[in-house]
Design a protein around this ligand. Sequence first.
Ligand code: TYD
Ligand code: MG
Length: 479
Amino acid sequence: MTSLLVLAVPSGTGRTLQAVMPRAATLHVCSDCAHASPRWHGQCPGCGAWNTLVEERAPAAVGRGAGGRSGGRAAAPAGRPVPLREVRAEAMVRLPTGLGELDRVLGGGLVPGSLVLLGGSPGIGKSTLTAMALGHLEAAGRRTLYVSGEESPAQIRLRAARLGEGALDVPVLAETDLATVLATLESERPDVCVIDSVQTLNDPQLTGAPGSVGQVREVAGAIARIAKAQDTAVVLVGHVTKEGALAGPRVLEHLVDCVLQFEGERERTYRTVRALKNRFGSTSEAGVFEMRQDGLVEVLDASARFVSEATGKPGSVVLAAMEGTRPLLVEVQALVSPSELVPPRRVCNGIDRARLALVLAVLARHAGVGTGTADVFVNVVGGVRVEEPGADLAVALAVASAAKGVALGGGAQPAGALPLACFGEVGLTGELRTVAHPERRAEEAAKFGLRRIVAPPAHGTLREALRAALAEPAPAHAA
Ligand code: TYD
Ligand code: MG
């Protein structure tokens, strides 16, 4: 087992001590130009950029003293490249977390020795999700370890008690010191370890505060080395900043094998897990969960929920979206109301603001629906985020329907009538463009009885789609 000693060494006397132990020397390196300086500066003395200096451990002095440039290099033996055909690729073992939605996003479960970064805003359920996964793994006979730098064991126990039996069997370590965590990992050798959170661990040899870029990088790097060496799958929980980026300015995203984003709004019940990067699977999958009294519950029939809640009133439409390889029906709602504000408000939830601006401009210019003097609110119901161009048409139809005060599918919906479904990208010249997997979206809508679908190529322009969507349903069948 290794243990690190920290000695206070007066500056200048370090060199004589090097034979005894590595000096806790650090450098501040510019992340733009790599200029290294012993002290921190707000502005890089090398390139003049602001706030780019990041604290790093100084490279070990041993290698540097070895003489000239080529002198040091000659010592290393040459590598032997191997044709890919001759590389043995063993079938990858996976450790299923027991949460089907999470496993699908991971590509079938955790890969031994891999590093997963799970990001999400506070209170979204990161600790709950990881505690549940470890509980299932422990119940399946795997060795697990939950390291928490945020909560006391008593707090963790209180949460685990709500999550069922397996969760109480998970060994926990409440610790923020990196060296202790590394030593524990080495002695326990778990199959799966959760670090909650990477920002709370701290390497005392670096002067930066826990959570600073230098600290986060050092912590994750050290854990990654051990994880690879002893085949431990590690889930690093990470906080996101107000802007939604993973804190530790993306430095971790390069280091880890898989970046998962847990999102949704704290006040809403639905949450989605998405892969932003995945070396062992697709990045287009998403898992949907619901937060309940007894933890996160997988939502397998998400479409059914959202469709049954759809109102069918003016301003509402059902979007047949794709979440990775899986179609998902969600309700998109809009409200258009006269405003005194200049410029009027544009508020959206679950879609991109720039996309809303584009759709409103096309609606005004090419479809005769102007909203220039009105506040526009657009919301994807249930806290779901749809980030695909196929959502454009739903936004356009919802806004047009709200602006006109007319329900889509023709006038006042008779009680029990099913809402209209749509998908399609809106082009800048008012045309509708086809999006991926039109058949699967239409099938999903049909599965829930939504037979009226407005989408390209049946409707070539936004104006045509609008006319069709606002028309009375044909008596017998309509496409
Ligand atoms: P938590 O997992 O602690 O979030 P994070 O680690 O991302 O900050 O839990 C988030 C919220 O979920 C918390 O406010 C309480 C709530 N919750 C439930 O509703 N049901 C449950 O079974 C649990 C464990 C938590
Ligand atoms: Mg937490």
